[in-house]
Design a protein around this ligand. Structure first.
Ligand code: 5AD
Ligand code: SF4
Length: 468
């Protein structure tokens, strides 16, 4: 193709639908970045897409099932586009792709590409191969499948986002520093879909963080399936844990806030707790799932700690950072969970006091040890337990919001508000805060007195224009 042709060709559009966790949100952006040099612009409009990528989640059965119903809809859209003389390429990425590979292509022949999270740097190449398939007789066409765990470092091969793209993505950004998990909790597919724990080298993380800050990002959330197990190497070949990494990131001028998610209690080491004590930029809001409050169930889940050890850990973290608030994850109805076990879970929630929590009914995942256990808990029991647990958590969330009233909190102002003359942002605890204020406040961290609460947010009043 000549340069002239390239220049006059309309850009192609990619629509990426993201399911699941923040790591998938990050990955979707990186896929968009990988496609940008090949002429693909992201679109939010499915109807104008030339390429649709589904970035899937395998964590629970419901999440997995969504893929196939979505593929049914996309087949119709492809049919409409073809009838109008156009076309649509379809790719399935993420954890369902990794786990089910060939099976997806077999069940849904409409799919052109199936590829796992470790193959995103090879997306342009896969796309070219899938486009070649289009020239073949339909009976010979095969989906391009890439679910290998390659030797090469994916991150070293993924292009960075264009600066204007990062600017447009806003003041807060995700940065994956670690992937995979070696913990093998008996309910969880992650060690199988995302593989063994791998940490990105320190220099690579710092470089990406500097690029983000250079494009105006004020707050970075470090991501990993088990992020506090981060152990990257530095230029001297030394092993650097997440706590030390936080100290290094804190030296980047212009980076105002740092968060990380999600963590395992057993990896909350002294270095990381010291970082919470010494680094004001490390936000006092920690996602530290415990899953259950029953020692019997914790053991069956292979969590390798007791309820008392978790509570003691929370004490240590809070003595390092007294304003620390917590969020967590809970599973109800793990095989063998009795009423007494469930009561233990309610008790640990009361004892810990969460600012927020995510809770799920246990979902059997093929290939995990949990799937082979007898004594599955009946669905209506799970439903009832989930409702009780969520009621307790909701009370705690409401109480936490109410406890903020009267306090002055630093708020990162991110956007104009819903009402004219209003702006909105986030507190250190990730609560949405609305206040009267000029658009010029956007991009700064401002001291805001919390004067009230509404359903899922706080109402504030600007106290000073000084950055916190
Ligand atoms: N069933 C229900 N919830 C699960 N989670 C992980 N695996 C399962 C499963 N099989 C929940 C855990 C985890 C969160 C990301 O998802 O609470 O912390
Ligand atoms: Fe899954 Fe447990 Fe690893 Fe978290 S720590 S990703 S729940 S195996």
């Amino acid at each position: 193709m000549t340069e002239m042709q390239t220049m006059t060709e309309a850009p192609k559009r990619v629509f990426i639908r993201t399911y699941g966790c923040q790591m998938n949100v990050y990955d979707s952006d990186r896929m968009a970045d990988a496609l940008a040099p090949h002429g693909y612009e992201p679109t939010q409009e499915l109807a104008e897409a030339d390429l649709v990528l589904l970035n899937t989640c395998h964590i629970r059965e419901k999440a997995s099932e969504k893929v196939f119903s979505e593929l049914g809809r996309l087949k119709e859209l492809q049919g409409e586009k073809r009838a109008a003389g156009g076309d649509l390429m379809i790719g399935v990425a993420g954890c369902v792709a990794q786990a089910e590979g060939e099976e997806i292509a077999r069940r849904a022949p409409v799919v052109d590409m199936v590829f796992g999270p470790q193959a995103y740097h090879r997306l342009p190449d896969m796309l070219a191969r899938a486009q070649n398939q289009r020239h073949m007789h339909p009976s010979l066409r095969r989906a391009v499948i890439d679910t290998d765990f390659p030797e090469e470092d994916k991150f070293a091969h993924l292009p960075p986002a264009r600066k204007d793209v990062t600017v447009a993505r806003g003041l807060t950004a995700f940065l994956t520093v670690q992937e995979g998990c070696d913990k093998f909790c008996s309910f969880c597919v992650v060690p199988y879909t995302r593989g063994a724990e791998v940490s990105r080298p320190v220099a690579q993380v710092l470089d990406e963080a500097r690029r983000l800050v250079d494009a105006g990002v004020k707050e970075i959330t470090l991501l990993g399936q088990n992020v506090n197990a981060y152990h990257g190497v530095d230029a001297a070949g030394r092993d650097v844990g997440l706590g030390e990494l936080a100290f290094l990131l804190a030296e980047i001028a212009g980076l105002e806030r740092l968060r990380y998610t999600t963590s395992h209690p057993r990896d909350m080491d002294d270095g990381l707790i010291a970082a919470h004590r010494d680094l004001p930029l490390l936000m006092p809001y920690l996602h530290l799932p415990v899953q259950s409050g029953s020692d019997r169930i914790l053991k069956a889940m292979n969590r390798k700690h007791t309820a008392a050890e978790y509570l003691a850990l929370i004490e240590r973290i809070k003595s390092a950072r007294p304003d620390m608030a917590l969020s967590g994850d809970f599973i109800v109805g793990f095989p063998g969970e009795t009423d007494a076990d469930f009561e233990d879970t309610l008790r640990i929630i009361r004892d810990t006091g969460y600012a927020s929590a995510y809770s799920f009914k246990y979902s059997t995942r093929p290939g995990t040890p949990g799937a082979t256990l007898d004594d599955q808990v009946p669905e209506p029991v799970k439903t009832e337990r989930l409702a009780r647990l969520q009621e307790l958590v909701n009370q705690q969330t409401t109480a936490f919001h109410a406890s903020c009233v009267g306090r002055t909190l630093p708020v990162l102002i991110e956007r104009v508000g819903r009402m004219p003359g209003q702006v909105g942002g986030r507190s250190p605890y990730l609560q949405a805060v609305h206040l009267e204020g000029a658009v010029e406040l956007i991009g700064g961290i401002h001291e805001v007195e919390i004067i009230g609460t509404s359903t899922n947010s706080l109402v504030g009043r600007l106290r000073s224009a000084a950055a916190a």
